[in-house]
Design a protein around this ligand. Sequence first.
Ligand code: SF4
Ligand code: SF4
Length: 293
Amino acid sequence: MKEITILSGKGGTGKTSITAALASLAKNAVLCDNDVDAADLHLILKPEILEEHVFAGAWVARINQDACTRCGICIDHCRYGAIHRNEGVFTINPFKCEGCRLCERLCPAGAIKSERSDKNSWYISNTRFGTMVHARMAPGEENSGKLVSLVRSEAKNIARANSLDYIINDGPPGIGCSAISSITGSDFVLLVIEPSKSGLHDAKRVAELVGNFNIPMAAIINKCDLNDDITKDTETFLEEHNIQLLAKIPFDKKFVEAMINEKTIVEFDDESRPSILVKTVWEQMVNLLANTN
Ligand code: SF4
Ligand code: SF4
């Protein structure tokens, strides 16, 4: 079983459209949406949810005002400045609280209790291309890295149980916690780059991050005709860093039309130029993966 993670430096590169198209070609894969903060693979794959589970978020402390004796011990010890005093009333700012639970232990009145958020969920679903594991992180919630690790681990269990050959991860853009959690332990990274100043800049940062993990990596330049000069700069960067360029895919409004019709480009128009290019990308990836341990 091989785990492929598809990444981009920034949003809007077409990464999810590419991921969905590859998913439609893979046949024997589990699909995994690791972009838990802004998941959108479901918009194309239209999953039918089979299982829904709560992902317990970070601890957050709360004060029971009826039990609080206004002694002030908690505010003196919270090193994150999360506890406020207003006209003698103590309250906790949930956005500042780091969930260390120190105040709960120190409160002599037993007025502080910590709770874990139950606003985050993860799902196992059916799609027309196989099983999909995905998640939804509520706004302002933390621990997205842990949630990514969890969905990946579930995807791995499903792939093993069904003797599937691939896990295809739609990774988050950028180099944050959830990107790092997506890369760790992957067998292969496909980097989708858009030829814009910020696209190349951010892709370089992702390439550097993946390089630290020593994972085989290849790239696609998507919408390559948007800016010829930056496409050339991107090719130079990839060459200098020994990152194989699998395809340059020109902008094609069929990608947009396919999305509007909730289809992958391969389903929408099998003979279109982008479909043919995506198919060559998948074939090359299969060959490259066959040569990884
Ligand atoms: S330590 Fe407990 S009793 Fe004292 S102010 Fe804080 S919440 Fe109230
Ligand atoms: S749990 Fe920790 S961070 Fe949160 S209010 Fe209490 S002491 Fe501060």
